[in-house]
Design a protein around this ligand. Structure first.
Ligand SMILES: C[S@@+](CC[C@H](N)C(=O)[O-])C[C@H]1O[C@@H](n2cnc3c(N)ncnc32)[C@H](O)[C@@H]1O
Length: 240
């Protein structure tokens, strides 16, 4: 008789071993634990086609928020040119820590960037756990819509807490697009099928997840007919 573990697909089995959070194991391990699919999807041109060009605009807008030579933490790896564009902006006098729960994603990013950006570090860890030190800039790019609400609140607050006074957190993610948006219903259908936590983010502002929102200056910009948002939170400096 076949053992129960034999019925689990190899990508999911690897995810269980690597202490990957249950939401990722359940819904995304087919993608993030598969080196082949990761290689296949990791192309900026493909992302531009899928997002009607919005992806390229958002990643540039995110990179433009980063002061040169900053000490940066990114929570969660991304496909395409987002990390490369942000790291190029940071430059050789800065630091760039890339944190991800998936070793498959980290290995892929390390192969892609370790020679190009020697100031990058690839850290296996969970953004829902408090980071060990403080940074000038924290980037949370298209991560929040993939996680359940409780984890989302933890990630938002960890990002806000680990930024230095005067430093900045940059969130880029889905936004609640208007009802007339031609792709709203297509995206809604896709989310219901493949990204079960994404719709909750439509109905709650990122700022509302913060425990002490008044400690930060907030700014929100939208892209592609309000389909996507970039929210920046700059930590207020103490007057004393
Ligand atoms: C940041 S999102 C990127 C989504 C989309 N694929 C993109 O490229 O825009 C996906 C990444 O976040 C990672 N991830 C998911 N939950 C995480 C968590 N709690 N802490 C750190 N990384 C996480 C996944 O392993 C994956 O590499």
């Amino acid at each position: 008789m076949k053992k129960k573990a034999d019925n689990i697909p190899p990508a999911q089995r690897a995810a269980v071993k690597a202490k990957i959070p249950s939401y990722q194991r359940e819904f995304y391990s087919w993608l993030y634990e598969s080196p082949r699919l990761t290689r296949w999807l990791d192309h900026q041109r493909l992302l531009n086609v899928l997002t009607f060009g919005a992806s390229g605009k958002m990643l540039k807008s995110c990179a433009n928020e980063i002061p040169v030579s900053s000490d940066v933490l990114q929570m969660g790896a991304t496909f395409g040119d987002q990390i490369g564009t942000a790291a190029a902006r940071v430059g050789i006098y800065g630091h760039y820590d890339l944190l991800d729960v998936s070793m498959v994603q980290l290995r892929h990013q390390r192969n892609k960037y370790c020679y190009l950006f020697p100031f990058m570090r690839f850290i296996n860890g969970d953004a829902a756990e408090q980071p060990k030190r403080q940074y000038d800039v924290v980037i949370c790019y298209m991560l929040l819509h993939e996680v359940p609400s409780g984890t989302r609140a933890q990630i938002v607050n960890n990002a806000l807490n680990c930024v230095k006074p005067g430093g900045k957190v940059i969130f880029v993610d889905y936004n609640n697009s208007p009802v007339w948006h031609p792709l709203r219903w297509l995206v809604k259908m896709f989310n219901r099928l493949y990204q079960p936590f994404a719709e909750k983010l439509w109905h709650n502002e990122i700022k509302n997840y913060a425990r002490s929102p008044s400690g930060y200056y907030w700014r929100k910009t939208t892209f592609f007919g309000r389909m996507y948002q970039k929210v920046t939170a700059v930590r207020k400096e103490s007057l004393y």
